[in-house]
Design a protein around this ligand. Sequence first.
Ligand code: FAD
Length: 434
Amino acid sequence: MDISIDSETRSAVELVRSIGREYLRPLGIEADRSNRPIPADHPFYTMVARSGYMQQGLGGDGAKRARGHAEDHKSAGASPMDGGSEGVKPTGTRAARGSSAVRNVLVAEEGSYWDRGAMVSLPGPGLGGPPVQRMGTPEQRERFLAPFRQREHPVWAAFAMTEPGAGSDVARIATRAVRDGDEWVLTGQKMYSSNSPRAEWVVVFATTDPALGRAGHRAFVVERGTPGFEILRVEHKMGLRAYETATFALDACRVPDGNLLGGDEYYEGSARRGFEGAMSAFNATRPVVAAMAVGIARCALDLAVEVVRDDYPVQGLSRRRRALERLAVARQGVEVARLLCLRAAWMMDNGEPNALAASMAKQYAPPAALAAVEAAAAVLGEAGVLQGSLVEKLARDVKAMDIVEGTQQIQRRVIARHVIGALGTSTEQSSTEQ
Ligand SMILES: Cc1cc2nc3c(=O)[nH]c(=O)nc-3n(C[C@H](O)[C@H](O)[C@H](O)COP(=O)(O)OP(=O)(O)OC[C@H]3O[C@@H](n4cnc5c(N)ncnc54)[C@H](O)[C@@H]3O)c2cc1C
């Protein structure tokens, strides 16, 4: 693995760092205390849009350039492993090839260091971006992603797979898609869809026939204001309160044929193409969510290190030593998690299959981050558990990282399938496995 960071990536990370301290952290804390998301018309979002973040940030233009429709994906050019030393090199040598996945991981980590909830609330295509990039036709990618290139006003998009009866086991989605002339009629309910109340469009996964299992899956872009699309409620979350996570209904919601991602041809190649499209989007988003856990953990560890450095007694060293040992172990776990995220992203940028690497990162990072936050809380002592302390908030925030984009148990099943596959043995496949 030879990760080079191009100038675009560096400037995106620097941009997030500069708004992190000044805006993401205070706004995230305010949303947490008031238990209200940052309002969509907050001037901060206009400022972010004007800064070009929607283009540079998660899922922006660079991602579009590096990845796309199936044909683009095949020709994306798997570059040979360069060999050489492992690590992150601040050079611009990969810029021409694009390094969107690595950039997304680093931006996600940095933003989450300041506040993961506020970070996810930022305008941009968010989780809706990868399915459009990976499944959409060139025309759809242009139509749906172009609004994120303007710098005048904030725009959001969202992703909706989860349903009341289908969380980990996405094969069980029951939202129906019925063709009617040159339209599709969508009927069902989606839940836990982040940023959907303010989204310009939502990628909705539905089935043409639940009896077909994965073969019936199709992805649609449902645009804001489409009759039949109704937000039913915004969930009250234990953490990550800066953004809205909502349940919505699709009540005979009509979308044009042109909003079927990839068009009919996309689904003709393989019976499971729609499902595979969702899974390949997970290959992009799992390392990003894992990196968000890393960012939260880094923040907790920094808080703890500050306390040990400034407040722990230098004489009578045993308490200080125990604290430092604990932090060292936690730090190591977070570093391993970080490398797993970067590896999965690097593989994606280099056209290598990364499903296993993405699941390993997603399986490893959240528990490592949780352990780091716990270690930080222990080192802080009473101050770490007081309501209103930052570490207490981080402990509530980090838990969801284990759930979104597939839980630990699901990632372990994916990893097991790959291991068994490598041994040449078949096994039953279920849930969000590939
Ligand atoms: C903050 C937040 C934001 C979210 N944002 C989005 C979003 O934008 N779009 C979206 O579509 N979804 C979103 N989700 C939903 C998320 O992807 C699901 O919660 C997740 O997939 C788990 O589904 P579930 O909650 O139904 O749990 P279930 O699938 O019911 O799982 C419950 C428990 O059973 C375990 N389990 C399930 N199946 C197996 C198995 N086969 N083997 C072993 N253990 C198993 C799970 O690991 C878990 O511990 C979000 C969730 C949260 C918390």
